[in-house]
Ligand binder design. Structure first.
Ligand code: SAM
Length: 355
């Protein structure tokens, strides 16, 4: 065959081998990202819906929730969990929206906890439904909970959550404590002008309880960037405020792969944690990825990069192929957020990402 023949036949002159959708990654090894971080913690948003409307999480108007067919079914979600476990993920946190609104939550907990490779299963919740659900969740295999509580004042709680009853949260915390969802961590997002004056009182909860009270800097997610713009109170300022009332705090350091810098009020039973995602981020030890309720792996909380697993699952991909996609997503994980360079996330609000 001459060059002349080649140009007149249908044989391509420069044939290329079919490319796999993603490069092949080694299996049976934990997934490392391109910076050498081991990524083994998956935070799953079970739904974008919530029974509260916290001012730092959702805008007052204009919230759109995903149509139900867009959400991963529980079978699809378990495909992702198994694929992630095969890619070396060991810890899972269920979040939302409000994860306790998922109708089959107890069965989901049982199935996730019995997945080979999954060692630890936690949930972040507003606590409203815990008084009823803590027992069944514990029995199904849930290890522990983080419960959001931004103020001790019922009136302010109603204002912050746009209608929530603080008493219901206390009942949830008490039941979670009673059934042993330990260690219980309480989360407060601190917003200047809203609840920073509550911080020493919230910190005092640790004097008599073995809880960890964590204070989170408000982040500029889509829909609430205005709240976050002037709302960030740096952890140093919070620590100074607590020390003014409770005396010098004892530093307990930063546990590996943890986001909170830990302290203790001397003599207290519990601990304090400060999550300074804006002013002093922990990107170098980040070990996490997020799965949105509509089946995207979201690679960094404060960036828009995503890998679509739902399309692959609904397109008939095998679990081994989903595992490869998970590993591919891990390899693409960005180093960290771009807030200092003015890069803001635009795609999703916190209620879709789960914190
Ligand atoms: N509904 C559950 C709850 O209330 O904890 C789980 C979902 S919520 C989105 C998860 C965590 O994100 C909560 O601790 C919440 O306080 C935190 N959060 C929400 N919006 C935030 C923001 N703009 N900045 C920092 N944390 C935020």
């Amino acid at each position: 065959m001459t060059a002349q023949d080649l140009n007149t036949t249908t044989i391509p002159l420069y044939p290329t081998a079919p490319q796999p959708a993603t490069p092949a990654y080694a299996t049976d090894e934990p997934a490392l990202d391109s910076f050498g971080r081991r990524i083994d913690y998956l935070r799953i948003s079970l739904t974008d819906r919530c029974n509260l409307r916290c001012v730092y999480c959702m805008p007052a108007v204009g919230m759109h929730f995903m149509p139900r067919p867009e959400l991963l079914t529980s079978e699809e979600l378990l495909v992702v969990v198994r694929a992630a476990a095969r890619a070396g993920f060991r810890k899972i946190r269920m979040t939302g929206g409000e994860p306790s609104l998922r109708p089959d939550l107890v069965e989901l907990v049982r199935a996730i906890k019995s997945t080979a490779g999954i060692e630890h299963l936690a949930m972040t919740t507003n606590g409203l439904r815990l008084a009823k659900m803590a027992g069944p969740l514990k029995e199904a295999g849930l290890d522990r909970v983080n419960i959001s509580i931004d103020t001790l004042d019922p009136q302010k709680f109603r204002q912050v959550t746009r209608g929530g009853r603080l008493e219901q949260v206390w009942e949830g915390i008490a039941e979670a404590d009673r059934v042993g969802l330990h260690p219980i961590k309480l989360n407060a997002v601190v917003v200047r002008g809203l609840n920073e004056d509550e911080v020493p009182h919230l910190a005092a909860l640790t004097l008599d309880h073995r809880w960890e009270m964590r204070f989170i800097e408000v982040m500029p997610l889509t829909g609430v960037a205005d709240v976050a713009q002037d709302g960030v109170v740096k952890s140093e300022e919070l620590i100074a405020g607590i020390e003014a009332i409770h005396g010098p705090l004892e530093s307990l350091g930063l546990a590996p792969a943890e986001s909170a810098r830990r302290y203790r009020i001397p003599g207290a039973k519990g601990k304090l944690g400060f999550i300074s995602s804006v002013s002093d981020p922990f990107c170098s030890t980040c070990n996490r990825m997020r799965l949105t309720a509509d089946g995207r792996l979201h690679l960094c909380l404060l960036r828009d990069d995503e890998v679509d697993l739902r399309a692959a699952i609904r397109g008939g991909a095998s679990e081994a192929e989903i595992e490869q996609l998970v590993r591919h997503a891990v390899a693409l994980k960005p180093w960290g957020h771009g807030l200092p360079d003015g890069v803001l996330p635009t795609l999703r609000g916190m209620s879709e990402l789960g914190g």
